[in-house]
Design a protein around this ligand. Structure first.
Ligand SMILES: [Zn+2]
Length: 154
């Protein structure tokens, strides 16, 4: 049995409204030479919870923390936004649908019952604390993922 100390929330870094799930992410991750999808669970736009990698297997979703964590991914996390250069850019945003918010809460609650010692964090909360003040601040995020504050919103 793995000892799970972290439940880590991710976004799929796909544009708002793009309706994908485990099948597509599994294909993308295999293209990146993963054995299979790196996340354990995926929450689709309509709130459907899909199973990815088995929980007893080590995931592939966060540097240095895979051995002791469960990876949960909601579909979305990017929106189109016009930039100063007049072109459209994809930028990080909290694109969770109401159904995804409900499903994420249910899924994380179930996981927390199974792994009561686990702390629930967003991917970006595991960025290094560069100035050593004990807080992971926006300027220290390696990535924006999952594009919302898991510690205050779950
Ligand atoms: Zn992530």
């Amino acid at each position: 049995m793995r000892t799970i100390t972290l439940i880590i929330i991710h976004c799929s870094a796909t544009p708002k409204g793009m309706d994908i799930g485990v099948k597509e992410i599994d294909r993308w991750h295999r293209q990146r030479k993963f054995e299979q999808i790196g996340y354990h669970w995926v929450v689709r736009l309509d709130g459907t919870i899909e199973k990815g990698r088995d929980e007893y297997l080590i995931g592939a979703h966060v540097k240095d923390h895979n051995t002791h964590s469960i990876g949960v991914c909601y579909v979305g996390g990017l929106v189109n936004q016009p930039g100063a250069d007049g072109k459209i850019h994809l930028v990080p945003a909290d694109t969770r649908t109401p159904e995804q918010k409900t499903a994420l809460r249910q899924l994380v609650n179930q996981l927390h019952l199974r792994y009561p010692k686990a702390i629930i964090l967003g991917h970006r909360d595991l960025s290094p604390d560069l100035n050593g003040n004990g807080l992971i601040e926006p300027n220290e995020w390696l990535k924006a993922c999952p594009c919302y504050d898991v510690r205050t919103e779950l």
